[in-house]
Design a protein around this ligand. Sequence first.
Ligand SMILES: [Zn+2]
Length: 197
Amino acid sequence: MNVRIALHALTAALILNLPAAPAEDAHREHGAHEHGVGSLTLALDGNEMEIELESPAANLVGFEHAPQDDAQRAALERAVALLKDGERLFSFPKAAGCRLTAASVSSSLLGHEPAEQADHEDHQAHAEAPTAAVEHESHADLDADYDFECTHPEKIDQVEVGLFAAFPATERLKVQYVTARGQGGAELTKAQPRIVF
Ligand SMILES: [Zn+2]
């Protein structure tokens, strides 16, 4: 029995000390929060286009814990300011007449919400995984919500996404959208940052 307990403790210690790469591999199997990959959801409802970005914080600030020094606090502030600049990150066709009416950023890194709750929301897919507790300790998302109001929403045939330029650690964005033209999905990259509806 003592051996069993000791083994258990050893296993726990090994898991906690795993280098980043295997932890990421384990993560990848769940199909969520893969570093370099974010997701975008766009929904057009009447004149309003709502966009939701979910991204590993690593893609946007380079770390996934509460900022621990001035440099990290500055990096986080910079990322939040950039993220809130929705007009720079999302370019609609001029004829659509879209303007940003609201932008908000949320993350456990910002200390506005308990980390545990944020992780629960961000990692629902992991909830039943045996390594979930470990992942919760080492991963965090930085999410953003945008509302655009468009005078001619029927003219929105595409959106150019500026996240790759603003946040070079972002490699891919998985996109889901619903517009009057229909619904669909796309995968964007630095080389192809445009959603065509
Ligand atoms: Zn992570």
